[in-house]
Design a protein around this ligand. Structure first.
Ligand SMILES: Cc1cc2nc3c(=O)[nH]c(=O)nc-3n(C[C@H](O)[C@H](O)[C@H](O)COP(=O)(O)OP(=O)(O)OC[C@H]3O[C@@H](n4cnc5c(N)ncnc54)[C@H](O)[C@@H]3O)c2cc1C
Ligand code: FES
Ligand code: FES
Length: 1298
C-alpha cells in the first residue's frame, strides 16, 4: 500500500485574479463565488459536491443518459433583451463557462419544487402517472420537460415525444413518462389524466419564489459580465490559462500569442463526451463571450451562420428560412439526428467540424450535411480570412486559427437534395453510415439528365468523402433509364471500400450495402410516379413513427382499497422532486475518501508489478491499495461460494478485473489516479473470449446439474416423420442500472457502518466480515433504495462493498467506493450469453414428439452465479412434448463472471423453445401461430419436470388474445402490404408464456411496530426497494390488514440490524413474500390487540385503540420470518401466464425497424397495485426489447476487454424504441389461489415474452427473403441489431431496379 501524508491545505493558488465580481455564478437565484474552484470542474460536480444540490444526478459523464440535465438561462448575446433558455447536460459543462454568459442562471430540480414547499406540476404529474420507479432518472426527465415548457409553453404531442432523445430510463419502459409529459399538451382530445395547467404555474420555481424571468436576475447584471478591455485572462494556475475574450480581435490575438501551445476553444465543451482523452491543454479560450460569433444573416448567397451558434439554434434558423431553400429542411432534419437535445443545445456546429478535423474517422453528421449542401467555411486568424469547402477544411492547418462561419447556399430550382443517417438506435446514436446527395437535373424530351451530382458519405473509411467515380459516371446520364441506375451502382460498388478492422463499427458488408441502398433510395425519389414501379416506391420513404400511444386495462376491487388500488409509489414524489437520496447523494463525512478500482487490461496473465508512484502524485491522492493490503480473505464471494478476488493477488482472469484501489479526496482525483497507475504483466496467454472458443477448447465448469431426460427423445426424433436441427444464440445484456455500483463504509467504535447499493445485504455483510476478518455482528449494513438493480447488484454489489470496507478499515477513514459507468461495464459480469443447439422430431401437423437441446451458457471466469442448470424449468414454456433431453453446459471464459439479470435463464430458455416452434412451422410451411396453438398445454397436463398444471389457462388466453387483437385480420393486411411493397415489410408474431414462480429459495424477516404515542406504524422488511414498488405494496397490505390509512405507515431502510439473515431481493417474489411477512405480522398484532379492542366501544379510533393496548401492556411489535416450504416435488408455487402479440415494420434496405404495436395480456392474479404491476410489465418488456433488438456487448478479440463501456456504443432502449401502440391488459377476475392475497408477481415474467419483437421482425425479414426466392428457415439470434437484420434480408444491389 502506498499512502499520502494527512491532507493539509492545498497549495494550489490562483495566481492571476482580476475583477472578483467575474467569479460569481448564479444557481437557483443564489449567487455563489467560484473563485476558489477549478473552472474546469463540471457544473454537475459543482452542484453536487460544493453546493450539495444532489437532486441533479450523474451517471455516464458523457452526455448520453440525461440524468444530469439542468436548465440554463442567459442573455442572448446578440439581442440582450431576449433570454436564451435551454436544458443541457451539467456533466459536460464546466463552471468556468458560466462566467462568459451574461446574467446567467442555472435552474436545478431543487428550484422547481419540493415535498415541503409544494411540488412543481411536472414533478407531481410524473409521480402521479407512475413515471418514476427507482427514481434515479426522474430529475433529468423533469428538467428536460421544464426546458421544453419554458421555450414552448404550448407544446404539441410530437414536441413532447421528440423532447426526450437524451434521457435514459431503464425501469419504466417510458410509456408512463411520456403520458405524464403529454398531459401538459393543450388538447381537447386527451384521454390522459390531469388537465392542462396555466402557464404561470408551470413557469414558476418555488425556490426562486418568482417566475424565472430576467427581472429576477437584475441584481447580478453587472457582476458576471465577461472581462472587457485588453486582458481577457480569467485564471491561470499550474501552467493552465483560461481566457474569456469578448471581441473577435482579442481571440485572434490570443490564438497568435499561444500558437506554440496546445489551445482549446471552449464553446459547448461537449466534444469531451466523445473524445475523452483529447488534451491536455495549456490554454483554454472560452469563446462564448464574443457577440460577433453569434451572428446569423440570410443573404442572396444563402444562410451565413457564425461559429457560436449551437446546433439547436442552427436547426431553428434552417427551419425559419426553409422557404428560401428546399435544402434547409433537409439539413435541419439531418441535424436533428445529431446527439440529443441537451447536447445540441450546448454544442455547436463548429465544434463538431473541429472534431472531424482532428479525428478524421469521426462520423460527423454536420460534415455530411454541410458538404453535400455545398457549404463554405470561413477560417480566420489575425492576418487573413480564407474560405474552404468542408472537405478542403479537413486539410487546413488550424494552428492559431478560428473557424469563423459557414455559408449554406440556397438550392437552385433544378436541384434536389436529400440526406440519410442510419444508426444503431433511432435516437441519440452515432451513425453507421450517413449519406447526402445533391443533384442538378435538366429535362430534355422525356429524359432527366444529370448536370451535376454530389454524393457524400461518412462511415465508410477515414478518407472516403465523395463517391467521385460514381459522380463522374452519372454526369450527363438520363436517370429515367434503368441502365443509368445499374451503371451507377456498379461504379459505386467498386469505389466503396469500407475499413474492416474496427470491431466497434458495423460490418464492412453492411456499410457497403447501406451506401448502395441509400443511393438507390435517393435515385428512386428523383423519379416521378409513373416511372418507378409501384412496388419499388417503398424504397424512397423512411419509416414513419407517429406519436406513441398505449392503453392499460386492469380491474381492481374498491371494497378492498387500499389493497388492489392503483396508486403511485409512496416515494415517487420525493424521487421526482430530486429529494430521494441515493448513496452518492449522501454528504461526505469528515475525512471521507473516494475509491475507484484499477482494472486489468489483459485477459489471461499474471501481474508482475503495480507502480503507483505517478498515482500518488495526483492532487488529493491518499493511497493505492493492493491485494496484500486486504486484512482478511481476498474474496467478495464468501464460502460456500467459490472465491472471487476483490483485488487480483497476481493471476488475471479477465480484462476488467480489479487489481488495485485508488483513494483520493474526490471521485475526480481517484479517477485521475487510476489512469496513471502502471501495471506490468507476465505470462500472458491467449484468453478464451468467445463461446465458440470455449466449446472448441472444452473449457467447461463441472456439470451444473444432470440436465433432464424424459421419455426417449432420440427414438422419438428418429421415428418422427419430420425432424430439424438448428443453432441459435442469445447475447449478453448489461444491467444498465442508472445508479452504478456504489458503497460507503464508515469505521465506528462498533465496527463498520455500511450503506450499500446491494440487493443482498446479508451476502455483502458476510463478504465484508470475511474480507476484514471481523464478526458479522460488527457490520451494520443498510440500504434505503437502489437506483435500479435488475440482478446486477445481487452478488456483484459485494465487490464494491468489500472495496470500501477494506479501504475504510486499512485507512481508518470513511470510504465511498464507486464504479463509474466504464468501470462498471468492464469489471462486472452481465446477463449470460448462450449458444443453443437443438434437434426436434414432429408430425406433419407440427405436433412435437421429441426435443433435445444443449444449452451452452457463458459463465465467464467464475461459476458462482450459474443459471444454466437451474433454468431448465423454463425450457418447455407452454408446450407439451412427451420426450425431452436438456443438456446444460457452463462455459468458462476469460470474461467477467456473468450474473443474474432480470428473468435470468428464463429469458433465453423461452427464446430457444419459441425459436424451435418457429422453425418447425417454417419447415412445414405452416402458420407458426397455429403450430404453437397445437402444442399448448391444457389444464391438468404434466410438465417435463413432472409438475401438474391444475390452473393452466394458456389455451384460453391464447385464443382470446388472438381474437381480441384481430390477429387474423391483421395477418391478411400484412400479407397484402408485403406483396405490394418490395422494400418495406411488416411482420407479426405471437409468444405465449408460462412462468413458474419459486418461493422456497427466498427468506426475509419482517417487523411491524406500532408507536404507542400516535398509532403510526413502522415497517422494516428484508427486501430492498429498487424501483419495483416493494415498499408501496407492503404499506398497502399493512394498511389493509390493520384498517388504517397508508400515510400513517412508514417503511424504514432495510438493514441487517432489523432484518438480519434476509435473502436477496430478486426473482420477482420479494414483493409478495415481504407482503406475506407484513400481513402475518399484522395478524399477530391484531390477535394481541383484539382482546383490548373488545373492551372498547365499537368505532374507537385507531390511535385510542393503540394507546389502550399499550396501557394493557400489549407488545406492539411483531416479527415474521418468511421462508416458504418447497411445493411437493419442488414444483413452482404457481405459474404466471401471458400472451403477447407484436407487429413490426421493417426498412429492408437499411435494416431499420420499429415495433408498431404490442398487445400484452398478462395474468397478474389479483394485482395488489395495478399501476405498479403495469409499470413492471412495461419496464420488463422494454428491457427485453433492448436485449433482443439493440444491446450488444463488444469485446476485444485479443484481450477480451469490453470495447463499448459507455453510452456512445452500448444502446439500451430510448423513448422512441418502445412500441408505437403499447397496450397492456392485466387479466381480469383472476385470483391466484396459491399467491399472497390472490396476487401474482410481475417483475420478471413479462420480459420472457419480449422475444416476440424479434420474431415479428423475423417475419418481416421472411417476407423480404420471399421476394428473392429464399424463403427458407434461417436462425435469427439476439441481439438482432439493424446490421444483422439487413444482412438477413439478403439485400443485393443487383436486385435494385426502377
Ligand atoms: C452524447 C453525444 C452524442 C453525440 N452524437 C453525435 C452524432 O450523432 N453525430 C455527430 O455528428 N456528432 C455527435 N456528437 C458530437 C457533438 O455534435 C459535438 O460534441 C458538438 O457539436 C461539439 O460542439 P461544442 O460546441 O460542444 O464543441 P467544443 O467541445 O466546445 O469544442 C470541440 C473542439 O472544437 C474546437 N472549436 C470549437 N469552436 C471552434 C471554433 N470556432 N474554431 C476553431 N475551433 C473550435 C475546440 O477547440 C475543441 O477542440 C455527440 C456528442 C455527444 C456528447
Ligand atoms: S451524467 Fe450527464 S448525461 Fe449522463
Ligand atoms: S425510474 Fe427511470 S431509471 Fe429507474
Amino acid at each position: 500500500m502506498e499512502t499520502a501524508s494527512p491532507p493539509g491545505q492545498s497549495n494550489d493558488s490562483v495566481e492571476d485574479r482580476t475583477a472578483a465580481q467575474r467569479y460569481m455564478i448564479q444557481v437557483n437565484g443564489v449567487l455563489h463565488d467560484v473563485k476558489n474552484e477549478d473552472p474546469l470542474m463540471s457544473l454537475a460536480e459543482y452542484l453536487r459536491s460544493v453546493l450539495h444540490l444532489c437532486g441533479t444526478k450523474t451517471m455516464c459523464h458523457e452526455g448520453g443518459c440525461g440524468c444530469c440535465v439542468v436548465v440554463l438561462e442567459y442573455d442572448n448575446p446578440t439581442k440582450p433583451e431576449k433570454r436564451i433558455i435551454k436544458s443541457m447536460n451539467s456533466c459536460l459543462f464546466p463552471i468556468g463557462s458560466l462566467l462568459s454568459l451574461k446574467n446567467h442562471q442555472v435552474v436545478t430540480i431543487e428550484a422547481l419544487g419540493s415535498m415541503k414547499k409544494g411540488l412543481h406540476p411536472i414533478q407531481q404529474r410524473l409521480a402521479d402517472y407512475n413515471g418514476s420507479q427507482c427514481g434515479f432518472c426522474s430529475p433529468g426527465f423533469v428538467m428536460q420537460m421544464f426546458g421544453l415548457l419554458k421555450n414552448k409553453p404550448s407544446p404539441s404531442f410530437q414536441d413532447v415525444e421528440d423532447n426526450f432523445d437524451g434521457n435514459v430510463c431503464r425501469c419504466t419502459g417510458y410509456r408512463s413518462i411520456l403520458d405524464a409529459m403529454k398531459s401538459f399538451v393543450k388538447s381537447t382530445d386527451t384521454k390522459l389524466r390531469g388537465s392542462f395547467i396555466d402557464i404561470e404555474d408551470l413557469m414558476s420555481c418555488t425556490k426562486i419564489r418568482r417566475p424565472c424571468t430576467r427581472s429576477s436576475l437584475g441584481e447580478i447584471a453587472s457582476s458576471t459580465s465577461p472581462a472587457e478591455g485588453t486582458t481577457s485572462m480569467l485564471f491561470s494556475k499550474d501552467g493552465l490559462k483560461w481566457y474569456q475574450p469578448t471581441e473577435l480581435t482579442q481571440l485572434y490575438l490570443l490564438m497568435q500569442e499561444h500558437s506554440s501551445e496546445t489551445v482549446k476553444l471552449v464553446h459547448g465543451d461537449t466534444a469531451k463526451g466523445v473524445y475523452k482523452k483529447d488534451g491536455p491543454y495549456q490554454v483554454l479560450i472560452d469563446v462564448k463571450g464574443i457577440p460577433d460569433l453569434y451572428k446569423v444573416t440570410m443573404g442572396p448567397n444563402g444562410l451565413k451562420v457564425f461559429s457560436n451558434v449551437t446546433l439547436s439554434s442552427l436547426i431553428g434558423y434552417l427551419k425559419q428560412y426553409s422557404d428560401q431553400s428546399l435544402s434547409y429542411n433537409v439539413i435541419a432534419r439531418h441535424l436533428l439526428k445529431v446527439a440529443n437535445g441537451p447536447v445540441r443545445n450546448a454544442g455547436g456546429w463548429a465544434g463538431n467540424l473541429m472534431m472531424k478535423w482532428k479525428h478524421h474517422e469521426f462520423v460527423s453528421d454536420v460534415f455530411v450535411a454541410f458538404e453535400v449542401a455545398g457549404a463554405k467555411l470561413t477560417v480566420g486568424d489575425i492576418a487573413e480570412l480564407n474560405t474552404y469547402t468542408p472537405a478542403q477544411f479537413l486539410d487546413v492547418n488550424m494552428n492559431g486559427k478560428v473557424l469563423l462561419c459557414v455559408e449554406i447556399p440556397k438550392l437552385a430550382e433544378s436541384e434536389r437534395m436529400n440526406s440519410y443517417k442510419i444508426m444503431p438506435r433511432m435516437q441519440n446514436a452515432h451513425t453507421y453510415v450517413s449519406a447526402g446527395f445533391r443533384v442538378q437535373l435538366k429535362a430534355l424530351d422525356k429524359k432527366q439528365l444529370v448536370e451535376s451530382i454530389s454524393m457524400v458519405y461518412t462511415g465508410i473509411n477515414e478518407t472516403f468523402i465523395h463517391a467521385v467515380a460514381t459522380e463522374k459516371y452519372l454526369q450527363g446520364k438520363d436517370i429515367t433509364a434503368n441502365a443509368t441506375l445499374q451503371g451507377a451502382l456498379t461504379t459505386l460498388d467498386k469505389e466503396i471500400i469500407p475499413d474492416e478492422d474496427n470491431p466497434l463499427l458495423a460490418s464492412a458488408e453492411y456499410r457497403k450495402s447501406l451506401a448502395l441502398g441509400l443511393f438507390y433510395k435517393f435515385f428512386l425519389s428523383l423519379l416521378s410516379e409513373g416511372v418507378v414501379s409501384p412496388c419499388n416506391r417503398s424504397a424512397t420513404c423512411s419509416l414513419e413513427r407517429p406519436v406513441s400511444t398505449g392503453k392499460q386495462t386492469f380491474s381492481s376491487k374498491p371494497e378492498e382499497y387500499p389493497l388492489t388500488k392503483p396508486m403511485p409509489k409512496l416515494s415517487a414524489y420525493k424521487q421526482t422532486s430530486g429529494e430521494a437520496e441515493f448513496i452518492n447523494d449522501l454528504l461526505p463525512l469528515p475525512n471521507e475518501l473516494f475509491a475507484m478500482f484499477v482494472l486489468s487490461t489483459e485477459g489471461s496473465a499474471t501481474i508482475s508489478n503495480i507502480d503507483s508512484t505517478a498515482a500518488m502524485s495526483v492532487p488529493g491522492a491518499a493511497a493505492v491499495l493492493k491485494a496484500s493490503d486486504i486484512p482478511g480473505c481476498n474474496t467478495f464471494m464468501p464460502p460456500p461460494y467459490e472465491a472471487e478476488e476483490i483485488l487480483s493477488s497476481g493471476p488475471v482472469l479477465y480484462a476488467g478485473q480489479p487489481i488495485a484501489l485508488c483513494l483520493a479526496d474526490s471521485q475526480h482525483h481517484a479517477l485521475e489516479m487510476v489512469e496513471v497507475v502502471k501495471v506490468t504483466y507476465q505470462d500472458q496467454q491467449p484468453p478464451i473470449v468467445t463461446l465458440d472458443e470455449a466449446i472448441e477448447k472444452k473449457s467447461f465448469y463441472p456439470s451444473p446439474g444432470k440436465g433432464l431426460l424424459v421419455g426417449h427423445p432420440e427414438d422419438a426424433i428418429s421415428e418422427s416423420p419430420c425432424k430439424i436441427e438448428g443453432e441459435v444464440r442469445a447475447g449478453e445484456q448489461y444491467h444498465f442500472h442508472m445508479e452504478t455500483q456504489i458503497c460507503r463504509c464508515m469505521p465506528t467504535e462498533d465496527g463498520l457502518d455500511v450503506q450499500a447499493a446491494s440487493q443482498w445485504l446479508d451476502l455483502a455483510q458476510q463478504a465484508i466480515a470475511c474480507a476484514i476478518g471481523i464478526p458479522a455482528t460488527d457490520i451494520n449494513i443498510s440500504a434505503k433504495r437502489l437506483g435500479g438493480a435488475y440482478g446486477g447488484k445481487a452478488t456483484r454489489a459485494s465487490l464494491v462493498a468489500c472495496g470500501a470496507a477494506v479501504a475504510a478499515t486499512v485507512l481508518c477513514r470513511p470510504v465511498r467506493c464507486i464504479m463509474d459507468l466504464s468501470t462498471n461495464m468492464k469489471a462486472v459480469g452481465k446477463r449470460h450469453s448462450y449458444i443453443f443447439k437443438y434437434k426436434v422430431g414432429f408430425n406433419e401437423d407440427g405436433k412435437l414428439n421429441g426435443i433435445i437441446i444443449t444449452y451452452y451458457a457463458d459463465n465467464g471466469c467464475s461459476p458462482n452465479d450459474n443459471e444454466v442448470g437451474e433454468s431448465l424449468v423454463f425450457s418447455d414454456n407452454v408446450y407439451k412434448c412427451q420426450n425431452w433431453k436438456l443438456i446444460p453446459v457452463a462455459l468458462k471464459t476469460n470474461r467477467a463472471a456473468h450474473t443474474w439479470c432480470r428473468a435470468p435463464g428464463s429469458v433465453p430458455n423461452i427464446f430457444v423453445i419459441e425459436t424451435i416452434l418457429e422453425h418447425v412451422a417454417k419447415f412445414l410451411n405452416l402458420d407458426p401461430i397455429a403450430v404453437k396453438q397445437k402444442n399448448l398445454y391444457v389444464q391438468g397436463d404434466i410438465t417435463p419436470l413432472g409438475f401438474n398444471l391444475p390452473y393452466c389457462s394458456i389455451w384460453d388466453l391464447y385464443s382470446t388474445q388472438l381474437e381480441k387483437v384481430d390477429v387474423a385480420g391483421r395477418l391478411q393486411a400484412i400479407k397484402k402490404f408485403n406483396a405490394d411493397n418490395r422494400w418495406k415489410k411488416k411482420g407479426l408474431a405471437v409468444v405465449p408464456l408460462k412462468y413458474g414462480l419459486y418461493w422456497s429459495e427466498s427468506y426475509y424477516l419482517c417487523t411491524v411496530s406500532i408507536f404507542a404515542s400516535d398509532g403510526s406504524v413502522m415497517i422494516s422488511q428484508g427486501g430492498i426497494e429498487s424501483g419495483q414498488g416493494l415498499d408501496t405494496k407492503v404499506a398497502q397490505v399493512c394498511a389493509y390488514a390493520l384498517g388504517i390509512p397508508v400515510n400513517s405507515i412508514s417503511i424504514k431502510p432495510t438493514t441487517t440490524i432489523s432484518s438480519p439473515n434476509s435473502g436477496p431481493t430478486g426473482g420477482s417474489m420479494t414483493s409478495e413474500l415481504n407482503c406475506l411477512g407484513v400481513k402475518n405480522c399484522c395478524e399477530i398484532l391484531k390477535k394481541r390487540m383484539d382482546p383490548v379492542k373488545d373492551t372498547l366501544p365499537p368505532g374507537t379510533p385507531w390511535k385510542d385503540l393503540v394507546a389502550a393496548c399499550f396501557k394493557a401492556k400489549v407488545n406492539l411489535t411483531a416479527q415474521y420470518w418468511v421462508w416458504p416450504d418447497a411445493q411437493p416435488k419442488r414444483a413452482p408455487q404457481y405459474n404466471s401466464y401471458g400472451v403477447t402479440v407484436a407487429e413490426a415494420d421493417l426498412d429492408v434496405l437499411t435494416g431499420e425497424n420499429q415495433i408498431s404495436q404490442v398487445d400484452i395480456l398478462f395474468d397478474c392474479g389479483e394485482s395488489m397495485n395495478p399501476d405498479i404491476d403495469i409499470g413492471q410489465v412495461e419496464g420488463a418488456f422494454v428491457m427485453g426489447m433492448g436485449y433482443w433488438l439493440l444491446e450488444k456487448m463488444i469485446y476485444d478479440p485479443s484481450t477480451g476487454e469490453v470495447l463499448n463501456p459507455g453510452t456512445w456504443d452500448y444502446k439500451p432502449p430510448f423513448s422512441k424504441s418502445i412500441p408505437i401502440n403499447f397496450n397492456i391488459e392485466l387479466l381480469k377476475n383472476a385470483p391466484n389461489p396459491m399467491g399472497v392475497l390472490r396476487s401474482k408477481a410481475s417483475g420478471e415474467p413479462p420480459q420472457c415474452m419480449s422475444c416476440v419483437t424479434l420474431f415479428a421482425v423475423k417475419h418481416a425479414i421472411e417476407a423480404a427473403r420471399q421476394d428473392v426466392g429464399k424463403d427458407t428457415y434461417f436462425p435469427l439470434s439476439g441481439p438482432a441489431t439493424v446490421d444483422v437484420i439487413q444482412a438477413s434480408c439478403l439485400v443485393d444491389y443487383k436486385h435494385f431496379s426502377i
